[in-house]
Design a protein around this ligand. Structure first.
Ligand code: AKB
Length: 339
């Protein structure tokens, strides 16, 4: 039996590259990749087909759907929170219209296959807007249905797309007849800030964590764009990949929600600085808070309550802060920048 086809948008991004490596190792899927920028040479052989193009190009999506029998979609392409604030309309186009195009395509594939296409969607802590720092402290570990008043276009987009996914999974066509038709099986994860040893993100607001680490490992000075007390949840990339695969594999009847928080550890900028300085004693870290980005981080919760993910599909992070830094990030960034 040949492996099923997975369509991965944003395959050249942080999560995409890690997932490609994973799929290559376990040989479980034939990957069709789509990204605005060409994949690096090394990753191309990991894919059955690679497309370079825009998710807003409906003609391209139709072409992809016509050529491949897609059973799973990992829709990773997005314009992140800081970049989105510089051009909110563009963020809306990419994050919402792009997602709608992909969902329509997944729905058409579902009809064609006669069974639900699984649609995996990375959502974000950006869907939350906790108010002020006092409220942030009071919430502590926030649950999915609390404080969903995002202050960024990206956060609004992610929250709306979660609803869009729930709509396509449960209600699409139910008023116009044909309610017995199979529907897309949409599943979203609300990720904290992700930290990868292999890539430095761009355009995000949680980037201060990975940027500080990668700068120190390269012996470069780093001016942090939030204050030392700014605290949000983070997750090491291997756990993010495990979370996506865990949710992908969960039996539909066990899922009680369309979107799940997944947590790992929570750190302030100063905590990260401490870990970075212990590893790289000559690291030059200073603070130059940018008001807009600092305010975004203050609006995000300090921790995530992921009880639903633990109960419904057995989510457990493998990397707490110590293990993430000592066993994954520090050895890998040292190796990466030592030559
Ligand atoms: C961002 O900072 O925009 C992203 C996110 C937290 O979703 N990394």
């Amino acid at each position: 039996m040949t492996a099923p086809v997975v369509l991965m948008t944003g395959s050249n991004g942080e999560i995409g590259r890690s997932l490609l490596e994973r799929f290559h190792t376990d040989g479980r899927f034939r990957v069709v990749s789509l990204d605005l920028t060409p994949l690096p040479e090394k990753l191309r052989p990991y894919c059955e087909a690679t497309y370079t193009g825009n998710i807003l190009d409906r003609y391209l999506l139709d072409q992809i759907a016509a050529h491949h029998e897609i059973e799973v979609v990992f829709h990773l392409a997005a314009l992140l929170s800081s970049r989105g604030e510089r051009d909110p309309e563009l963020a809306h186009q990419i994050n919402v219209e792009g997602t709608l195009h992909l969902m329509r395509m997944a729905q058409a594939q579902t009809q064609r296959l006669g069974r639900p296409v699984r649609f995996l969607f990375p959502s974000s802590i950006a869907v939350y807007g906790v108010g002020d720092l006092d409220a942030k402290r009071r919430y502590g570990r926030i649950a999915e249905d609390q404080g969903c008043e995002p202050i960024t276009m990206y956060g609004c987009n992610k929250l709306y797309c979660e609803h869009l996914g729930r709509y396509f999974t449960k209600y699409y066509r139910s008023l116009g007849g044909g309610s017995g038709q199979p529907k897309v099986d949409f599943r979203a994860l609300r990720f904290p800030g992700l930290i990868s040893a292999d890539t430095v993100p761009s355009g995000g607001t949680s980037d201060f964590g990975p940027e500080m680490l990668h700068a120190a490992a390269q012996g470069k000075p780093y001016a942090c764009f939030v204050g030392p007390e700014a605290r949000i949840p983070f997750m090491a990339m291997p756990d993010a990949v495990r979370a996506l695969l865990g949710l992908l594999d969960a039996p539909a009847e066990q899922l009680t929600r369309a979107s799940y928080n997944v947590g790992a550890f929570s750190l302030s900028a100063r905590d990260i600085e401490g870990r970075v300085r212990r590893a790289f004693p000559v690291a030059e870290v200073s603070y130059a808070p940018e008001p807009t980005r600092a305010r975004i981080v203050d609006s995000w919760p300090e921790d995530l309550d992921d009880a639903a993910a633990r109960a419904d599909w057995g989510w457990r992070p493998l990397y707490d802060a110590d293990r993430a830094f000592d066993e994954y990030l520090l050895p890998a960034v040292r190796a990466r920048y030592s030559h």
